[in-house]
Design a protein around this ligand. Sequence first.
Ligand code: URA
Length: 434
Amino acid sequence: MRAYDLILKKRNGAALSREELHFLVDGFVRGDVPDYQMSAFLMAVFFRDMTAPETADLTLVMAHSGETMDLSPIPGVKVDKHSSGGVGDKTSIVLVPLVASLGVPVAKMSGRGLGHTGGTLDKLETIAGCRTEISGEAFFDQVRRVGCAIVGQTADLVPADKKLYALRDVTGTVDSIPLIASSIMSKKIAGGADAIVLDVKCGGGAFMRDVALARRLAQAMIEIGEALGRRMAAVISDMDQPLGDAIGNALEVHEAIATLRGAGPADLRELCLVLGAKMAMLGGVAANEVEARARLEESLGNGAAAGKLGEMIRAQGGDATVVDDPDRLPRAPVVRDVTAAADGHVHHIDAMALGLAAMALGAGRARKGDDIDPAVGVVLEAKVGAAVRAGDVLARVHARDAEHERAAVVAVRDAYTIDAMPAAAPPLIRAVLG
Ligand code: URA
């Protein structure tokens, strides 16, 4: 077999077999297939697409390029969830303990924030002592003992994706549906879960701007998972405005804890109930949506979900007392109100602009490896649809100093579109698949 022939085959629009994909991916990881040939192949995929079975084969080959988790000795259906990333997206910190509190083992490998989107690991690490870099054995042991864990990917998980993503990033081949779907799903498959619930974000603050594209991506990932024997479901949710009110690491943990205690913003709670119901049904502890929601709501109301977060934090070496006393989380020294200049209704909140404002405050990374400030960020007091009077607080900026605060106040004010006409809140759930 020669890489040259496989590039030509894809360039001419044919589907590659699993053996051919294995030859290419394995050769690339070992260094036998050079970057220039893999780049040509990726560009051919970009223009020629892949069939569903071919995408599943690529995913499987990638998943087996490194270490894979075997969670089968843990009783029950092990469930994972994935979000395609957005602004203010703290659903994992709510969902993982919430669903685990119903007796479904949840084994979650998460990532760090990059650019305008935050990362679950950075958020969890704002809790004093909480570790997310733990070994595969410790991850397995924690899921078995506690019922849930949120950890970083182990170093050897899907090395093919690390190498391929770095190449896609510099060859204009990131935004290809089969390449995104295989990249995400290879990590989920290697993570060992039996069932996977996908939250594909759609809108101005997401990677997928348009609902048709988000649907295609979700469908491609469902087909991969099902072809590889996983139970799958997907929700397409709104990311035209940030999710919940808080943007910034410790601020988001604060909000996640409030939600686990039965309070929290309505949109965050609702999305967690929708995704949680799918996870509970796939996990086999609820027969239908109504039963699943009732059990989840009970757990939010009686302290079981919050208690499970405490157990998870303690197991990961963290200060679990934050669950009862979230004011122990890091707090920024400067807090400034952003107020409305005139009466009106909030028509739009630019999620991307707010994500970038939070990043400039220090909550996110411009480059991989940058340090983040756990305490800073923005808390929204008015969301799309709200009626406001001149002088009302739209949002609060939490900053490390006056200079950062001043720049963020301008950016946050500019992110709001306020108009005299009434406005409706956008639908939170755009579609449910699977
Ligand atoms: N997230 C991933 O993990 N991979 C992609 O290709 C895009 C988003």
